[in-house]
Design a protein. Structure first.
Lengths: 388, 289
């Protein structure tokens, strides 16, 4: 009799154990981003945003108490490496959703992999238009970040409608990124029957931009639209002061990172650009929470110390949206998760905005030009600008 | 427009000339050079930044410490990357100095970081505007120091006994050795001097170019082009070529396009190599019969 009881007990434990282990098994979330090299700061920022959101989600648990676990791989901004990592994260690590980094080239190379492996991808930085508009159906690629196409529309709208300027001079970095924005800017300027009076390029590490600016000035430009990263944009601003050209300058978001303020001092005053989110100024509830978490966890004293803030904000909201989708799907299966993301029923109060069905079959960008915040450099700080 | 392009060209050109003098110093002594002279300039800027901004030392102390460290680095470079090959007359110093430059760049990335940082200077706060053209006072300082150093290098090699000894080493190492000149020490000394110069250039350029681990490559390459155009064995030639190169860059960018700038600049190098391989003001090597 005792033996039978024991047997039953063992059987019972044997039945319950797998269930228990399934309930407690972590749900893996992958990240493929550059966490070394020149763009390391972007990867670090994304990591922080994900970690803060993850701590919040794990406090409650998902699907009845399961926790999220982050698996990070460094793609070094190298597309070939990105493809290998994409496979590794899904096939070996069994990650159920993957987050991406700064490089458009890597994100584009990975698009076919997500579709082959049927795993949803959430872009939180790279702004290349074709990443989300990739022609696949069903589309496994989602994004909570800027999209170059919307950015160009946004910049043109500000310059033409708010500033009421009609003679733009384009100043672009001499890369694929600069080129794609040149096309986008011309498209939206064309819709307003505006033609740029000049288009100038600069290379990485160029020390002096005054020849380019002089050409735009002589062509009669009444404002400059700038696409470049912080080090070169800093030289643009310094050269502009040198030739004494007081002119409105509207910029893509490259000037937001990389210590632009330190490099330019007061000379950056008045450079207008956009962000998906600004930690400066009055914060909503989520904003206060994230700022506090950044302080407690990473010793970030204030908004001026957040390097690459858009990475933090986008990643934070992105992971929350994925968590909502996992709950809605009731599973971690890639196809179900993708379907849930595309049809999110619950309204989600995020950091950047309140998401009401952020993704649809035709729209895989949660943020559009309506959500971007116009900001301006002032005394080394990023200050929001009212957009009429 | 012309005035501004002129000012920009002179500022740029004197930077190239200043860096290029570093190639000249070792070439004259040993017919070798540090192909990573640009990285030495970067090292100068990074080390100065570490003392001045990182540790908060006064500027003079930071500059002094930088120069001492750079000279030591130059001597170390000679010992590790040049001497083993100089002795056997192998051109492998070319690769080994490039390797040292790449190592330096990566060490800087690991220790200094990947972001470009500002090197504060009272001379780059506000531009000086004169007759529609503007420049930063720092940009005026660079040609002044550049010309001064060129004069110094010139005097050293032509007027002092030790300078003449260094030159003799390159001309005929065997005879120089027989005349009692310690050849390894002479080459070492030249490398120390060259790196010292890179240190000065680094400190001077930092406020204008900003400090970054990757700042050395382009400036080193363009300075090399300038050294070739001016003539590796002529300090005045190098300064003149530097200014000329800067002016060409600035005017091509101003009147043609930025895209044409590098094409025309480096096409000039090839032209000079074909027409006057010894450089604009360089002396034609004596033909040995």
């Amino acid at each position: 009799m005792r033996r039978i009881t024991l047997l039953l007990l063992v059987l019972a434990i044997g039945c319950v154990l797998p269930l228990a282990s399934q309930a407690g098994e972590p749900i893996k979330i992958g990240l493929t981003a550059a966490v070394s090299g020149g763009s390391a700061a972007s990867g670090e920022a994304i990591k922080k945003g994900l970690q803060i959101a993850m701590d919040e989600i794990n406090a409650k648990g998902l699907l009845g108490g399961r926790k999220l676990e982050l698996v990070i791989r460094d793609d070094e901004g190298n597309p070939a490496k990105g493809v290998t990592i994409a496979r590794e994260l899904v096939e070996r690590e069994k990650a159920v959703a993957i987050f991406g980094g700064l490089h458009t080239t890597v994100a584009l190379a990975q698009v076919p992999v997500w579709h082959e492996l049927r795993t949803p991808y959430m872009g939180v930085w790279a702004a290349g238009t074709e990443i989300t508009r990739n022609g696949k159906s069903p589309n496994f690629v989602f994004r909570v970040s800027a999209n170059d196409d919307y950015v160009d529309k946004f910049l043109v709208r500000y310059a033409a409608d708010t500033l009421k300027k009609s003679k733009p001079g384009l100043l672009l970095e001499n890369t694929a990124w600069g080129q794609s924005n040149e096309a986008g800017l011309n498209k939206y300027l064309g819709q307003k029957t505006i033609k740029p009076v000049g288009t100038e390029k600069f290379n990485w590490n160029d020390p002096d931009m005054s020849p380019q600016l002089l050409r735009l000035k002589n062509a009669g430009a009444d404002h400059v639209i700038l696409v470049g990263n912080a080090p070169e944009a800093a030289q643009v601003v310094k050269s502009r002061a040198k030739i004494g050209w007081e002119i409105p300058m509207v910029s893509h978001w490259g000037v937001s990172g990389g210590r632009f303020a330190e490099l330019t001092g007061d000379l950056s005053d008045g450079v207008v650009f956009f962000q998906t989110y600004s930690f400066f100024g009055k914060q909503n509830e989520r904003g206060q929470y994230v700022l506090k978490a950044l302080k407690d966890k990473y010793g970030v004293k204030g908004p001026e110390e957040i390097i690459a803030p858009v990475g933090v904000a986008n990643a934070y909201d992105g992971l929350h949206l994925v968590a909502v989708a996992i709950e809605q799907a009731g599973a971690t299966d890639g196809v179900k998760l993708r379907d849930a993301l595309e049809n999110l029923k619950a309204e989600h109060k995020g950091l950047i905005k309140t998401y009401k069905r952020p993704f649809t079959p035709d729209q895989h960008d949660a943020l559009t030009d309506e959500d971007y915040v116009l900001v301006v450099w002032k005394g080394g700080q990023i200050v929001p600008v009212a957009m009429k | 427009m012309i005035v501004q392009l002129l000012v920009t060209g002179i500022a740029l050109g004197s930077m190239y000339g200043l860096v290029a003098l570093g190639y000249h110093i070792t070439w004259v002594t040993s017919r070798t050079m540090n192909f990573s002279q640009g990285h030495a300039v970067m090292a100068g800027a990074v080390v100065a930044f570490a003392f001045y901004v990182g540790l908060g030392w006064p500027l003079w102390a930071a500059v002094l410490a930088t120069l001492v460290i750079l000279a030591a680095l130059g001597i170390g470079l000679e010992r590790v990357a040049v001497r083993p090959f100089f002795r056997v007359a192998s051109p492998a110093w070319l690769l080994s100095t490039i390797a040292c430059g790449i190592i330096a760049e990566n060490v800087a990335m690991l220790t200094f970081g990947k972001d470009a940082r500002a090197f504060p200077s009272a001379l780059t706060q506000k531009p000086i505007l004169v007759g529609g053209a503007g420049f930063y006072a720092q940009e005026l300082l660079i040609p002044v120091v550049g010309l001064f150093l060129m004069g110094g290098v010139q005097l050293f090699y032509h007027r002092t006994a030790y300078g003449k000894q260094l030159k003799a080493v390159a001309y005929n190492p065997e005879a120089a050795g027989l005349m009692g000149i310690h050849i390894p020490r002479a080459v070492m000394c030249a490398y120390g001097l060259s790196a010292l110069l890179a240190g000065i250039a680094g400190v001077l350029l930092a406020p204008v170019l900003n400090v970054a681990a990757t700042m050395g490559t382009i400036i080193g390459l363009k300075a090399f082009a300038v050294a070739i155009i001016g003539g590796l064995n002529s300090a005045p030639g190098i300064m003149v070529a530097g200014l000329g190169y800067g002016l060409v860059e600035s005017f091509v960018a101003g009147y043609l396009s930025t895209g044409a700038r590098e094409i025309i600049g480096f096409a000039l190098v090839i032209l000079v190599l074909v027409v006057r391989p010894w450089g604009l003001l360089g002396s034609r090597p004596a033909r040995r019969v």
